[in-house]
Design a protein around this ligand. Structure first.
Ligand code: NAD
Length: 322
């Protein structure tokens, strides 16, 4: 799988997963913008060395890379990161939006200083770097975008409401980008990575005080994951998703301890209220709540309007409309 003549931008590429993506893209021939602000795992401080060390590693192996220490968390920073690629190599083919950090706390205690920077770096950061990249990709009729979500956002995690909400936002963002980008050769997907990284340092153990969560963690079988947690296990999925070989778009893909799996939001067949102009009551909903919740039959809407088409099919099936 070659990336010769491709220009890739990887944000947060100074450490962990981003570093792994940048090294592998470069090894496969891509010219890489290695972006990293160089702050701490909780987003404090900045340093040019984080990105530069990875650039030096790529260059010493014979690859091509440039460093950018602009922050993804501002519109100017996002524009500057993409401009670095355009100024150096004249195009952007691949964007892996990966930069981020954690500020965990109980939901009820999350302060603005724990909400705003997390939304800025994960959710708004994906817009700030994604928009200029998309414009460049649209002009050339080709692009691969990979947004970094998290199983915390898709499935839930205690003490991470700020982060989970931002990461779940990647799904909505990527869905829209994939649908709009389909006319211009742009594919967009979400990766739910899992890897031991320096973020472990700021995983406050306090969330273990939640009984259901502590119980679930104790019951979790981590044994199969032994030795399979470094970023190198997630890198191959990311590389495939941003390659020319991949035609998947609007997807969500998980990499967890050597298991790779698509994640999909589905919709239950549900219950269709009797035809007519009278809306059902809350009591009607209550008495049909089992049917509404039952997932034995489900659909996979590809977009907003699919819900109407599927709804009409279900209504016919349930004999509500012919
Ligand atoms: P990491 O801390 O090793 O890497 C994140 C990098 O982003 C750091 O080098 C950091 O300096 C950089 N960064 C932070 N703020 C930035 C900014 N404003 N502008 C540019 N760079 C910035 O952590 P990681 O585990 O490699 O995480 C990478 C991504 O994967 C993150 O978005 C994280 O939320 C996500 N993720 C990680 C895991 C996991 O298990 N490690 C699980 C789910 C999601």
């Amino acid at each position: 799988m070659s990336f010769e003549n491709r220009v890739a931008v990887v944000t947060g590429a100074g450490s962990g997963l981003g570093r792994g993506y940048a090294l592998e893209l470069a090894r496969r021939g891509a010219k890489v913008v290695v972006n990293d602000l160089g702050g701490s795992p909780s987003g404090e401080g900045a340093s040019a060395s984080a990105a530069q060390i990875v650039v030096d590693t790529i260059r010493s192996a014979g690859g091509e890379a440039v460093a950018s220490m602009d922050s993804v968390a501002t519109r100017e920073g996002g524009a500057a990161i993409i401009q670095t690629a355009l100024d150096t190599w004249g195009k952007v083919d691949v964007l892996i939006s990966n930069a981020g950090f954690l500020r965990n706390n109980r939901f009820e205690d999350l302060s603005d200083n724990e909400i705003d920077p997390i939304v800025d770096v994960h959710l708004k950061g994906a817009f700030y770097v994604g928009q200029p990249a998309y414009r460049a990709m649209r002009a050339q009729g080709y692009g691969r975008i990979l947004f970094t979500g998290s199983s915390s956002g898709m499935f839930g995690h205690a003490w991470q409401a700020n982060y989970a909400a931002s990461k779940a936002g990647m799904v909505g963002l990527s869905n829209a980008v994939a649908i709009e980008g389909s006319a211009y050769g742009i594919q967009s997907n979400v990766l739910l990575p899992n890897a031991l990284s320096r973020l472990e340092e700021v995983m406050t153990p306090g969330y273990m005080e939640i009984p259901a969560f502590a119980e679930a963690l104790q019951a979790t079988d981590f044994s199969f994951a032994d030795g399979r947690m470094p970023p190198e296990f997630t890198v191959p999925l990311a590389i495939y998703l941003v390659s020319e070989a991949c035609s998947a778009t609007q997807g969500i893909y998980s990499s967890n301890s050597g298991r790779y799996a698509r994640v999909r939001v589905c919709e239950a067949e549900g219950w269709v209220a009797p035809a007519g102009t009278t809306p059902p009551s809350a009591e009607d909903i209550a008495s049909h709540f089992e049917d509404i919740s039952e997932l034995r039959e489900f659909s996979l809407p590809r977009h907003n309007y699919d819900e109407f088409t599927i709804g009409a099919q279900v209504a016919r099936k349930q004999g509500v409309h012919s």
